[in-house]
Design a binder for this molecule. Structure first.
Ligand code: 5CA
Length: 438
């Protein structure tokens, strides 16, 4: 992409409505624009990151044997009456009446709809287990939408739903999702800590939240410092084997949100206790037969009896993650994208657009990096160097290749790592080799 053609409305000044750093940088870096309270448009720069995050979430769900489908945003009130949640959900639910006076709603979550799909199609224990997910916009009419996409009203969620014959199977599925979440967040450069949690309006009796640590997190969290250095299972993870040992390890040390925190542990753990703030990026639930009983989702068991299926649900805040990653990775000048979620692989800064040698060197780098699939963003604008540097730091691409007349006298360009600030002079060919190797 050439910056001169890119739709990138950056802001020089800090927007006054932004209270936290991710909101400020998302607005300034031209990623999002508010359309109404808690509802945002995703501009090209923001959408690129959202898609990258979605891609990682999808890969890790698929790897764990979860199958993608797509349910609508608008649901019928009828199924929510069956589960008993239509009234319970209160004002958070956006209710709509269609032209035939039928009551509809914009889905805040999908337990009811997936249970309806399941009960119409699955009859026998032989079809179990099943694990399904979708990535779809949700709406919750939050009392206080704030912090940009961190707590929006409309937000993108990945939600998975599991169906098992018995508790043992359901627990194994829960463990699998637990481990796939550790992997998902780790691939985005995040350290997410699972913490036992209350299940709230979703219900059930086993639940973990996944929190990333950041100063601006909404919840106060406490954990044993050793959890921060636990290993996450690698690409060779085998989900056919029960992941209970991994779950046991990750839940063996103290970790709690303020709701569940036991102050007595502070003295006991002393120096080993980390008190910080956290952002909830995922939440998993086992709720047994809560929905299957209420909505009559039954299967024939091996001995011919009809029994309600055991269920769980597993959510990732996809749009919240965009803000969460920025909270965890930035400096005073802007965002520092971890490579796997960066909107572009590298930026090329032409310090003197119009200079023949600068232009041809940049064009050559641009076309070779593009062919190599590195997706470069080329700042070809006729702007001052200071403006270009500030812009590139703000949008936070992992690598910046700086091409200027002085370096080119010796055939050299400069490459800078956004994360470390390290700069190295090298030939354009050496830059290509270096970037292709990362
Ligand atoms: N049905 C279950 C699991 S699929 C569920 O809805 N869980 S949840 O309520 O915990 O939401 C899942 C994730 O969505 C949360 O962990 C959080 O990361 C994200 N999320 C929830 N509310 C919002 C919001 N208002 N804005 C942005 N992200 C949100």
């Amino acid at each position: 992409m050439r910056m001169s053609e890119f739709f990138l409305p950056t802001l020089k000044e800090d927007p006054s409505e932004a209270q936290i750093v991710s909101h400020r940088f998302m607005l300034r870096a031209g990623m999002i624009r508010q359309s109404s309270a808690g509802i945002y448009s995703w501009l090209p720069m923001g959408l690129r990151v959202l898609k990258k995050i979605e891609g990682i979430v999808r890969q890790e769900q698929d790897r764990a044997g979860c199958q993608e489908l797509l349910m609508p945003t608008i649901q019928s009130a009828d199924i929510w009456r069956e589960s008993g949640r239509y009234d319970d959900y209160g004002k958070e639910m956006l209710r709509i009446t269609d032209r035939h006076d039928r009551e509809m709603l914009y889905g805040p979550t999908n337990e009811e709809l997936i249970t309806e799909i399941f009960r119409e199609s699955v009859r026998s224990y032989k079809d179990l287990p099943k694990l399904l997910y979708h990535i779809q916009w949700k709406f919750r009419d939050e009392v206080r939408p704030r912090f940009g996409v961190m707590r929006g009203r409309e937000f993108l969620m990945k939600d998975s739903y599991s169906f098992d014959l018995d508790f043992a199977g359901a627990k194994q599925t829960y463990n699998k999702m637990f481990v796939s979440y550790l992997r998902t967040f780790s691939r985005m450069g995040l350290k997410a800590i699972p913490m036992a949690a209350d299940s709230g309006p979703i219900g059930g009796d086993m639940s973990h939240e996944f929190l990333i640590l950041a100063d601006t997190g909404e919840s106060e969290v406490f954990c044993h410092r050793d959890i921060l250095s636990f290993d996450v299972p690698g690409d060779d993870v085998d989900y056919r084997i029960d992941q209970q040992p991994v779950v046991d390890k990750w839940t063996s040390l103290y970790a709690a949100t303020d709701e569940k925190h036991n102050a007595a542990r502070e003295e006991e753990l002393g120096e080993e206790l980390v008190a910080a703030r956290g952002i909830e990026v995922g939440h998993i639930f086992y709720f047994g037969t809560k929905y299957s009983k209420a909505m009559n989702a039954v299967v024939a068991s091996p001995d011919g009896q009809e029994i309600p299926v055991e269920m769980g649900s597993y959510g990732v805040g996809v749009s919240r993650l965009v803000a969460g990653i920025i909270e965890a990775s930035h400096d005073d000048d802007g965002i520092i994208w971890p490579e796997p979620v960066a909107p572009f692989g590298a930026g090329i800064i032409n310090l003197r657009a119009g200079d023949a040698l600068c232009d041809t060197t940049c064009e050559d780098l641009y076309s070779k990096l593009s062919s190599a699939g590195l997706d470069p963003l080329y700042d070809d604008r006729d702007e001052r160097a200071g403006v270009k540097f500030a812009n590139m730091d703000l949008i936070g691409l992992p690598w910046q290749v700086v091409v200027g007349p002085r370096g080119l006298e010796n055939g050299m360009v400069e490459i800078k790592s956004r994360a470390t600030g390290d700069k190295q002079e090298m030939t354009p060919d050496a830059v290509l080799n270096k970037l292709m190797a990362v």
